[in-house]
Design a protein around this ligand. Structure first.
Ligand SMILES: [Zn+2]
Length: 80
């Protein structure tokens, strides 16, 4: 018997067949979203999201991390 995997969104909701879930992939070079794919969803590096709301919050969180990670522009550090 095959084990049915349980997909859980970042917000804690578990996937049911009727939900319109999406997938996200966060890499060192950026973030990408893709339509739900049952096989892809089982990958370790794929984030499962229950919908547009959670996809948006993941995106804004990533944008916040990019801002923190970006170094200070050299010209802004120069005092006149
Ligand atoms: Zn969610």
């Amino acid at each position: 018997m095959a084990v049915t995997p349980v997909f859980t969104c970042l917000c804690g909701i578990q996937k049911k067949s009727t939900n319109h879930w999406v997938l996200a992939s966060v890499t060192p070079s950026g973030i990408s979203f893709m339509p739900w794919d049952w096989r892809l969803a089982q990958s370790d590096d794929i984030i499962v999201l229950c919908g547009e709301g959670c996809a948006a919050s993941l995106l804004s969180r990533s944008l916040g991390e990019w801002k923190q990670a970006s170094p200070i522009e050299p010209e802004l550090a120069v005092t006149r």
